[in-house]
Design a binder for this molecule. Structure first.
Ligand code: HEM
Ligand code: HEM
Length: 201
C-alpha cells in the first residue's frame, strides 16, 4: 500500500460505512417525508412515494436499535483517540497548524455521534399519524426537523474537515475493502477477550 493512503481498522470501516449509509438514507427519506406532508420552509415537490413515512421509520429504527449503538460503542471504546480529547479545545487555538485541524476533526467526529443521537431520540417521539393528519405543530416534530438541519450541517463539516486533514486518501481509506492479516475478523474475538481482561484487572 502506498504511504499516502492511511490504514483504517476493518471494524471501523464496516461500522462507520453501514452507519453512514443508513444515516444518509434516513436523511434523504426524511426530506421526502417533509416535502410530501409539510413544505412550510421550502419545497421541491418531489413525486409521492406510497409508504414513505414507513420507509423512513424503518431506516431510523435500524439505526436506533442496531447500527448506531454498535458504532457508538466502537467509537467510545476502541476509537476514542479519534474523538474529543481533554486538550482538544485548547489545541483549537493552533488552527492553521495540523494539530489544530486534527483537534477540530476529533471534536466534529464526536458532535456527529451526538447529532445522530438527537435525531434518533426526537424521531422516537414523533407519531406516524401526525403528518398524514395535518398535525404539523407538535414540539417533538419541530425538534426532529431541527435535528435534521443540525445533522446535515455537521455532516457537511465532517466531510470538509476530514478532507482538510487527510485529503482524498483519508476518505478513500474509510471505504477500502482490503485488510491486514493482523486485522482479520478471526482476531476480533481475541481482541475483545484481551480488552475485557484488561478492564477486569
Ligand atoms: C426532514 C426531516 C425529518 C422528518 C420530516 C422526519 C419525519 C419523521 C416521521 C413522520 C416519523 C414518524 C414515523 C414513525 O414513527 O415510523 C419519524 C420517525 C423517526 N425518524 Fe425521522 N424525520 C426527519 C429526520 C430524521 C433523521 C435525520 C433521522 C436519523 C438520522 C431520523 C430518524 C427517525 C427515527 C429513529 C424515527 C423513529 C422510528 C420509529 O420508532 O418507528 N429522522 N421521522
Ligand atoms: C452520518 C454519517 C456519519 C457519522 C455519524 C460519522 C461519524 C464518524 C465518527 C464518530 C468518526 C470517528 C470514528 C472513531 O472514533 O474511530 C468518523 C471518522 C471519519 N469519517 Fe465519518 N461519519 C459519517 C459519515 C461519513 C462519510 C459519508 C464520510 C465520507 C468520506 C466520512 C469520513 C470519515 C473519515 C475520513 C473519518 C476519519 C478517520 C481518521 O481520522 O482516520 N464519514 N466518522
Amino acid at each position: 500500500m502506498s504511504r499516502a493512503t492511511p490504514y483504517q481498522p476493518l471494524l471501523l470501516r464496516l461500522l462507520h460505512g453501514i452507519n453512514g449509509l443508513i444515516a444518509i438514507l434516513a436523511i434523504i427519506t426524511s426530506y421526502w417525508v417533509y416535502d410530501t406532508y409539510d413544505g412550510r420552509f421550502g419545497q421541491l415537490s418531489l413525486p409521492q412515494i406510497p409508504g414513505i413515512i414507513g420507509i423512513h421509520g424503518t431506516f431510523g429504527k435500524t439505526l436506533l436499535l442496531g447500527v448506531m449503538p454498535a458504532f457508538a460503542l466502537y467509537s467510545f471504546l476502541l476509537g476514542s483517540k479519534r474523538l474529543v480529547q481533554p486538550d482538544s479545545f485548547q489545541k483549537l487555538r493552533q488552527l492553521g497548524k495540523p494539530i489544530g485541524w486534527y483537534s477540530l476533526h476529533r471534536i466534529v467526529n464526536t458532535v456527529m455521534l451526538l447529532a445522530v443521537t438527537f435525531s434518533l431520540v426526537t424521531g422516537s417521539m414523533v407519531k406516524e399519524e401526525w403528518l398524514p393528519n395535518g398535525e404539523l405543530n407538535h414540539i417533538w416534530y419541530y425538534l426532529h426537523l431541527t435535528g435534521w438541519v443540525i445533522l446535515v450541517g455537521c455532516l457537511a463539516m465532517h466531510l470538509l474537515i476530514s478532507a482538510k486533514v487527510g485529503g482524498l486518501p483519508l476518505w478513500v481509506s474509510m471505504f477500502k475493502l482490503n485488510y491486514r492479516p493482523e486485522d482479520s475478523p478471526k482476531k476480533w474475538i481475541q481482541t475483545v477477550r484481551s480488552f475485557v481482561q484488561r478492564e477486569d484487572r
